[in-house]
Design a protein around this ligand. Structure first.
Ligand code: OGA
Ligand code: MN
Length: 200
């Protein structure tokens, strides 16, 4: 049993969010980074948009990342990653009765100068999103590189925590409760963001 699971569950239970290091081992992280490079070289990443269905539009000022929807079928080497997400889901369901079911995820690349304005992850059209998870893939990040995830604590936007997108850092929060934004990044910023969905 990964001891960090216990930490994640108690943090989410108490605060609604959790920030940890070390849930994924280095092999999984390195594989994912290789996968990112392959996807970038092969043109798998597309400009991300906002809104769903016919209201979908690309607006770089609001959201400047490029994304690649990424599932366990996309890479033989990603098996360990998705198994670990399965463990997380099962443990959180067992401890916190969250009713997590499916999982959807994308890799994201922010080029220098881009960010993502404050938003919720559960707009109309994404009502099944229960829990957001973001895993960062940037080695040697420093505060001067910008690009922090700013997580506003509950709906009161006066209090927030800034999280550096450091290699191996995993942020998890209840999608419905936390507005958040990605501050402008001054270097390339890579991450995987996923959502555990409720069954409907
Ligand atoms: C998102 C998002 C946060 C991050 O993709 O919806 O908020 O830190 N990402 O990359
Ligand atoms: Mn988001």
């Amino acid at each position: 049993m990964n001891p960090i699971l216990n930490q994640i569950a108690s943090d989410i239970d108490r605060d609604g969010y959790s920030i940890t290091q070390g849930f994924f081992n280095d092999e999984v992280l390195e594989n994912l980074l290789v996968q990112c490079d392959v996807g970038l070289a092969e043109g798998c990443f597309k400009e991300a948009g906002i809104g769903t269905g016919s209201r979908h539009q690309v607006q770089e000022k609001i959201r400047g990342d490029q994304i690649w929807w990424f599932s366990r079928d996309d890479a033989a080497t990603a098996g360990g990653l998705f198994l670990q997400f399965d463990r997380l889901r099962d443990y959180l369901n067992q401890k916190l009765y969250l009713g997590l079911f499916d999982f959807e995820s994308h890799l994201a690349r922010y080029k220098p100068g881009s960010g993502y304005e404050r938003h919720y992850d559960r707009p109309k059209g994404s009502v099944r999103r229960k829990l957001t998870v973001t895993l960062y893939l940037n080695k040697g990040w420093s505060i001067k590189d910008g690009g922090c995830l700013r997580l506003y604590l509950m709906q009161n936007c006066k209090n927030f925590v800034d999280i550096e997108p450091q290699f191996g850092t995993l942020v998890i929060f209840l999608s419905e409760l936390f507005p958040h934004e990605v501050l402008a990044s001054h270097r390339e910023r890579l991450s995987l963001t996923g959502w555990f969905l409720e069954r409907i």
